[in-house]
Ligand binder design. Structure first.
Ligand code: ZN
Length: 161
């Protein structure tokens, strides 16, 4: 995920992330949590919203492999996996799935000329993802350079490479 530039509002979120804690926002009027952090509750528009630490647990909703990226700092990392996860508290969050990405890199690295022979690379990487990830897979938050990402929890789904 591209990192956001912290502003005064989102500063607590990024400060917590730098300490390895994932925050979400919970509305004190309707009680519903949300993510990505907003100043207003997206459900009832209340401004009475507070920070809350998330459990860090989530399940995988959907994902896709990024083979090409022009974003600075991301081009070198391709292929990597972006995903949408359902946090245990309820909110849906766009993020990066990291442990599978490591396996994909290893897999794709064996395909000589991966960068230019896109078909071979995509085939190899897609197969890896299909084996390692499935909807509903249990995930847990991890942090890379202060940015929340998700990895497969425990040995749930691992060892399939
Ligand atoms: Zn609300």
């Amino acid at each position: 995920m591209p990192t956001s530039t912290p502003d005064p509002f989102s500063r607590p979120y990024w400060d917590a992330a730098a300490e390895g804690r994932l925050l979400l926002r919970r509305c004190r009027d309707c009680g519903r949590p949300h993510h990505h952090p907003r100043e207003f509750c997206p459900y009832c528009w209340s401004e009475d919203v507070e920070w809350e630490e998330a459990s860090g647990r989530a399940t995988l909703y959907t994902w896709s492999v990024v083979h090409r990226s022009e974003l600075p700092g991301f081009r070198e990392r391709t292929p990597y996996v972006v995903g949408v996860v359902d946090l245990a508290e309820g909110p849906r969050m766009a993020t990066e799935i990291v442990e599978c990405a490591t396996e994909i890199v290893g897999s794709a690295a064996e395909a000589v000329g991966c960068a230019t022979e896109a078909v071979g690379c995509a085939t190899e990487a897609t197969r890896c993802v299909a084996e390692g990830l499935r909807a509903g897979l249990e995930l847990e938050v991890d942090f890379r350079e202060g940015v929340p990402v998700f990895k497969v929890r425990g040995d749930n789904g691992r060892g399939l490479a």
